[in-house]
Design a protein around this ligand. Structure first.
Ligand SMILES: [Mg+2]
Length: 160
């Protein structure tokens, strides 16, 4: 049970969505965004993992055996590749580079896309419910005292 849900409410995607949608309504934001995010992220996880699997990224090229996504060393290696995409985004942005493969786009933009694709693939391989986790974390963050501007402005507050 999450602290922001009523004690009688189950921690379901529907209840999480209802609360986050209410926050967007109160803030005069797009009230369809939470539900579309839940669906879109879910579809993104499916698509990124399906295409990666189709391309053979979950088969060991030496042994031709399936790679086990539950293996902690596999998880660590795949995470390291996410890190590498983020480092590429940093370098591209600090040098103002366009992407090598999609030269009409900023390098940082494409490297962030690579990072998200890798994250979605990994979540899909692990069978993670990333879409609901994102909705739940967005909702949780709305209630965090250390995320309030007034607390961030105070001594020892989070500057960024
Ligand atoms: Mg890249």
């Amino acid at each position: 049970m999450s602290e922001f849900l009523d004690a009688t409410e189950a921690n379901t995607p529907e209840n999480l969505l209802r609360h986050l949608t209410e926050i967007t309504r109160t803030a005069d934001l797009d009230t369809e965004a939470p539900a579309l995010t839940l669906e879109g992220v879910g579809r993104g996880v499916y698509l990124c993992h399906a295409l990666a699997a189709l391309s053979g990224w979950w088969i060991d090229p030496k042994t031709q055996r399936d790679v086990d996504p539950q293996d902690p060393t596999v998880f660590a290696a795949k995470l390291a590749l996410v890190h590498s995409e983020l480092s590429e985004a940093l370098e591209a942005d600090r040098k103002g580079l366009a992407d090598d493969h999609l030269p009409h786009r900023e390098g940082a933009e494409v490297e962030l896309a690579d990072a998200v694709i890798r994250i979605f693939d990994l979540a899909g391989a692990r069978g993670m419910d990333l879409q609901t986790a994102i909705i739940e974390k967005l909702l949780y963050n709305q209630y965090r005292a250390d995320h309030k501007l007034s607390n961030r402005s105070a001594a020892n507050g989070k500057a960024i």
